[in-house]
Ligand binder design. Sequence first.
Ligand SMILES: *[C@@H]1O[C@H](CO)[C@@H](O)[C@H](O)[C@H]1NC(C)=O
Ligand SMILES: *[C@@H]1O[C@H](CO)[C@@H](O)[C@H](O)[C@H]1NC(C)=O
Ligand SMILES: *[C@@H]1O[C@H](CO)[C@@H](O)[C@H](O)[C@H]1NC(C)=O
Ligand SMILES: *[C@@H]1O[C@H](CO)[C@@H](O)[C@H](O)[C@H]1NC(C)=O
Length: 965
Amino acid sequence: MKQLPLPSEPLHSRRVRRRSRFLPATVFLLLITFALLSLRNSTFTVSSTSTSARFLDRCKAISTPAGPPVGFQSSSRVDRGSDRQVPGTPPTLIRNAKIWTGAHNGTEVVDGDILLDKGVIVSVGKVPGHLLEEAKKHGRLEILDLEGKWVTPGLVDLHSHIGLSSAPILRGSSETNSHKAPILPWLRSVDGLNTHDAAYELSISGGVTTAQVLPGSGNNIGGQAFLIKLRPTAERSVISRILEPPQTLVGNRTTDHHNWRHMKYACGENPDRGYGQTRMDAAWNFRQAYDEARKIRDAQDAFCARVQESNSSWRKLLGLRAKEVEGEFPENLQWESLVDVLRGRVKLSIHCYEAVDLDIIVRLSNEFKFPVASFHHAGETYLVPELLKKTWGGAPTIALFASNARKKREAYRGSEFAPRVLAASGIPVVMKSDHPVLNSRYLLYEAQQAHYYGLDFALALLSVTVTPAKAAGVGHRVGSIAEGFDADIAVWDSHPLTLGATPTQVYIDGIAQLSNPLISTKPSQLQTVPETPNWDREAQKAIEYEGLPPLRGRKVYLGGRRPGEGVLGSKAGVKFLNVKSAWLLDYGGNVQTLFDADEGHVTRKTVIVRDGRIVCFSGKSDLVQCAEGKQEDLEVIDLQGGSIAPGLTTFGSPIGLVEIRLEPSTTDGVVFDPLIGGAPTIIGGDDAVIRAVDGLQFEGRNALLAYRGGVTRAITAPLGNGFLSGLSTTFDIGATSAVDQGAIVQAETALHVALSPRMSVSVSTQVAALRRLLFDSTSDTWNRVREGDVPLVVNVDSADIMATLLKLKSEFEASNGRAIRMTFVGATEAHLLAHQIGSANVSVVVTSPRPYPGYWESQRIMPGPPLTRHTGITALLTANVNVAIGVMDEYNARNARFDVAWVALEANGTISRTQAIGLATTRLHRALGSNHGTDLVAYRGGTLFDLHAKVAGVISFSRRTIEIF
Ligand SMILES: *[C@@H]1O[C@H](CO)[C@@H](O)[C@H](O)[C@H]1NC(C)=O
Ligand SMILES: *[C@@H]1O[C@H](CO)[C@@H](O)[C@H](O)[C@H]1NC(C)=O
Ligand SMILES: *[C@@H]1O[C@H](CO)[C@@H](O)[C@H](O)[C@H]1NC(C)=O
Ligand SMILES: *[C@@H]1O[C@H](CO)[C@@H](O)[C@H](O)[C@H]1NC(C)=O
């Protein structure tokens, strides 16, 4: 690297000394000024050209702050339109809307109209006639009457890798991280932006209009980030998507105006992994880089001071020619962006989880004096608000996931209460996707969950609109509905904080993005902001226990081995008051409605549970029946219009086998894959089948959080990363150990294999292996598969592979004369073969109920409203397939009830509530050959379908406990 001309001492001391040295000279020169002035015309000629002149623009440019041009938001933008406007776009009038504008700290709601024209919002509320007339001159006015539906600004995703980790991901378009060095401020995310990412359209259909495209977290400084609008452009270029491209991107070094620049840093575990470095190395990497940038910045400032002086006013006064400045403008292309960080012209997004990492950055910001725009992931920020406030320039915005935590050690203490806790400290909160970690189509779901766990409704909506826009320095034009702002608007089918809220139209730069929106009909009660439960106690405990609060409840009933044989001092059961609905699984494992006030005319009832079973329930009319028998031995719990429902079952993640997925010592480990690695003879060689039950761990945090979320059992397969994983087990997620009574529900449940082109041997080889095992393996497990005792569960996404499997099944059955039980898991493309799967009697467990075309083999998704009428699940139900839902990630097990409710909402009234509950109970048990359960979950304040409900307790007949939270 070229050595730079550097000042030998700090700039400010040079300045001070120089000033004092020149003071007497200045006084003297002033005295002779007048005398010289009279000689000026005849004696000297003023030169306006010198080598210094070419530095003037550069020097001016480095001293201008970043931000929008002065007057950007003025009414002139309403007249002029957006720099992004597309000529020929028809003006649009959105009428009768409930407009959440983002103003007044997110509390303003305007009932009225919005006029969009020339890429901007021309008017909000009552649109004046003359503006309408003016707009009509630009094209035929499109009118959208919303009949009171909600409208918000288009959503802004502060943390996305859209276009870098594209869908479907291919080796040729994996652009998220450079792996060359820990410090790479010179890289630009847009240099890898895939203009064909299938996710753009999907994310738009979720209301997202702007995203910050960040490089990944593989480096301490990963490179420069850029904001893009997600809509396709006629030009089809990368540059045409970029919102306010920084002048440096287009090579303008002499600008008098700077759009904000953006950069990504990461601390903690992710960059460490790439370079075998520790946190100490990371801190030094940063300091060394900053030191480099600081030297250049100081050299530039000193140089520019000389340029200024060369043409100082006294020289001009004297008519002297500007003095020549020696040397070149000090700069270095590699470090120029980091110099701009020091000049406060870059919005930094810093991936940083733990207190120890946050501390490094806060100290760095003070040592080198630069502001931090936002900390991302930021799992422990809610534990250290005072530390955040010590960041140079003030506390950054904190960008969070709602419930995605615990996958890494640094995420282990993440809390669903972080958003509300931070907000209470006055720190701005953003909910983000980290797309494709979470599909940004469902960015709003993050805000919905944050709201559910206690973030104020206005802040929850701000967290995906105004707050991220401000944090990225584009709050002057996106993220709000206001005159002169970009015409980025999302129109919703229900209140945006209700579960499953879906856009019925989305505008970007005033252009409608959905050509034929297919809209589900939502119940009218979903048109208002949902009430949410009280979580004050839990939030307080999360802080008190530094993110690891105790998760067990209070056991109000603890039975003995036999019914009626209660443990001394324990109550005999619970009398639940004010129960609105109750469902349970009957002897056949089917969901039965005991009563449902939402669907019939029944009133709230009292439900008595003894020995883990509902013994009676009564309303006013049948009170007598329930009053029989003594009741003093019962605990009384008011469910406040709540409900009782079967405990849900989770399947699809390695829950119970892993605690912190990326920490091997906290997991059962990964099984041998006999197809690729070859299994050792000591475990039985190729015929060995590993049992998940032998590796179970109980009372993990994901398990207990799921338990507190209404999930009472899990079916878990051994953690494989190849063809054969082994036998799954069904266990009680609330048990304390494997030797607890009732802990293991079914030791061996199903046999699991996976078929995928992403394995190191061909799919046809995998099919050959499966055929051989199915036809010829002499092992006991495969015998049971052949007998139809144990289901053969195949992880498969591609419809082509599913077709091969259907053929293999019928080939086997034809030769064997016996039906086997087969289930497809994952099954993203199953809807393409819905009828064939249905008639082959194959079950399907969809582990991404909201599908994403992440891989080539799973790209033919059925996205659901507003893009398609059907979802993959409704398409399969229509073909009479036994379809159930599962999850991929263990953190998500707790959200099973939201998934159930969401599927029901998307189904547009085609599936009942009992059917919906069956997706995570009856149908799942049937698909995996698990016996059905008797656990019941009591919800306070509503049903498992309602955001205002919260789990009050779990009633376990098999473990003879009632646990209240
Ligand atoms: C000197 O200053 C004058 C007026 O401020 C300006 O027009 C001229 O470009 C400057 N020239 C140099 C070489 O700095
Ligand atoms: C928004 O909230 C801030 C901080 O609580 C307060 O100072 C400000 O006055 C509020 N602004 C409006 C328009 O309500
Ligand atoms: C650089 O930006 C300035 C505005 O700040 C503009 O006047 C000038 O034309 C731009 N130059 C180029 C080469 O784009
Ligand atoms: C939902 O149902 C309503 C009423 O039954 C119907 O008008 C609408 O088209 C349906 N939407 C979709 C996406 O199927």
